[in-house]
Design a binder for this molecule. Structure first.
Ligand code: ADP
Ligand code: MG
Length: 327
C-alpha cells in the first residue's frame, strides 16, 4: 500500500467532524475557523524513534504519545485543543503498523474532540511530528513568565514514574531481576506512565486566571521549573520530601533513586504551576475533584536558580538532572 492508502487509513480513523473545520484532509491545505475573541495556541513536538520512545514501543503507544505530548503543551497554556496536523515518516508502508498507530492517536483525539486536519507522509527513519492548535481567550493564557516571589509551587499527579518506567525497560540493568520480581503490577504501571502519558488538559483549563505561571514537565521538574524561574526573573526552592510519588514508584525504588527520577527524569507530562498560596484553596479543590490532585512542592524566592531541600531544611544536591537534547 502506497502513500495514499496510508493517508486514507489515517483519515478514516482520525478525521472527526467539527463545525470549525471547513475543509480537512484531502486538499492542498485545511481551512479552519477559529472562534472570535480567541487566540490560536500552536505548538509542535517531534518524537524520534530510539530518542523519545524506546525502539520496541508499540505502534499504538507511539500514536498515543505523539498526540499526548502535544496536548500537554496546550494544557500548560490553559488552551482548549481543537485541531492537529501530523507529519509521519515511516521506514516502509506497513499498513498494520499505521493502523495501530492511528488507533492510538485516535483514542486520545476522540477524548478531546480533536480533529486531524492534515499532514504529510514520507519514507525514512521513524519520526513523528504533530502540530497542535487550540484556543484560548485573549489574555487568559498561562505563561511561564508570571511567577512572583512568595508564590507556592505545585505539581499535578505524581512525578518520576516515566523515568522509572524507562529504567524498568533497561534489561542491561543489574536491577532487572529485582524489578521483575517486584510487587505485581508496579513495574507495568510505571511502564504505562512512560508509554501512555495522560495530558492534563482539564487541569490546565482549571488553572486559567488562577495560576500565575505554568509549564508541563517533559524534561524533569528541575529543568522545567527552571524555565519558569528564568522567564519570571525569580528562583525557587523545592522540598524534595514533598514530591508526590505513586505507590508503584515507592514499591520499586529507594529514596535516592526516586529523587533522581522525580527531579531529573523526563516524560511525566504533569503540570508544574505557581499560585498565591492563600488564594489557591479553591483551585486545589477543583483539581482534586477533576481526578488529578495537585501537591505543593516548594516556593518562589527572589534569588535566581532552583535549590532543593529535604523536609528538615537541609540542602540536597543531585548528581545530574534534566534532559538536555544536545548534552
Ligand atoms: P500535497 O502533495 O499537496 O502536500 P499530500 O499528498 O501530501 O498533498 O497530502 C494529501 C492530503 O492528505 C493533504 O490534505 C494532507 O494534509 C493530507 N495528509 C498527508 N499525510 C497526512 C498524515 N500523515 N496525516 C494527516 N493528513 C495527511
Ligand atoms: Mg499539494
Amino acid at each position: 500500500m502506497a502513500e495514499f492508502g496510508l493517508i486514507e487509513l489515517i483519515r478514516a480513523r482520525c478525521a472527526i467532524a467539527r463545525e470549525d473545520v471547513r475543509l480537512g484532509i484531502g486538499d492542498d491545505a485545511a481551512l479552519l475557523a477559529p472562534p472570535a475573541g480567541h487566540l490560536l495556541a500552536v505548538s509542535t513536538d517531534t518524537l524520534v524513534a530510539g530518542v523519545h520512545f524506546p525502539l520496541l514501543t508499540t505502534a499504538y503507544d507511539i500514536g498515543w504519545k505523539a498526540l499526548a505530548v502535544n496536548l500537554s503543551d496546550l494544557a500548560a497554556m490553559g488552551a482548549t485543543p481543537a485541531w492537529a496536523t501530523l507529519a509521519l515518516t515511516v521506514p516502509q508502508a506497513d499498513t498494520s503498523w499505521v493502523a495501530d498507530f492511528a488507533a492510538g492517536f485516535a483514542a486520545l483525539a476522540r477524548e478531546y474532540k480533536l480533529a486531524l486536519v492534515g499532514g504529510d507522509t514520507t519514507q525514512g527513519p521513524l519520526s513523528i511530528t504533530v502540530t497542535i492548535h487550540g484556543f484560548v481567550a485573549e489574555g487568559a493564557a498561562i505563561l511561564r513568565s508570571g511567577a512572583r516571589v512568595g508564590d507556592a509551587v505545585y505539581v499535578t499527579g505524581t512525578l518520576g514514574d516515566a523515568a522509572a518506567g524507562l529504567r524498568c525497560l533497561d534489561t542491561n540493568d543489574s536491577e532487572a531481576n529485582r524489578l521483575l520480581t517486584a510487587p505485581p503490577g508496579a513495574r507495568a504501571s510505571l511502564i504505562e506512565r512512560l508509554n501512555r502519558p495522560m495530558p492534563r488538559v482539564a487541569q490546565g483549563l482549571a488553572l486559567r486566571g488562577r495560576a500565575t505561571a505554568g509549564i508541563d514537565v517533559s524534561d524533569g521538574l528541575l529543568a522545567d521549573l527552571g524555565h519558569i524561574c528564568t522567564a519570571s526573573g525569580v528562583g525557587a526552592e523545592i522540598d524534595v520530601d514533598a514530591l508526590p510519588s505513586s505507590s508503584a514508584l515507592l514499591a520499586l525504588f529507594d529514596g535516592e533513586a526516586r529523587r533522581t527520577f522525580q527531579l531529573g527524569g523526563g516524560d511525566d507530562y504533569e503540570l508544574c504551576f505557581t499560585a498565591n498560596e492563600t488564594s489557591a484553596a479553591n483551585l486545589l479543590g477543583d483539581l482534586a475533584r477533576s481526578g488529578c490532585a495537585a501537591t505543593r512542592v516548594g516556593r518562589i524566592v527572589a534569588e535566581p536558580g532552583v535549590r532543593i531541600y529535604d523536609g528538615a531544611g537541609q540542602a540536597v544536591t543531585l548528581p545530574h538532572a534534566g534532559w538536555e537534547h544536545f548534552a
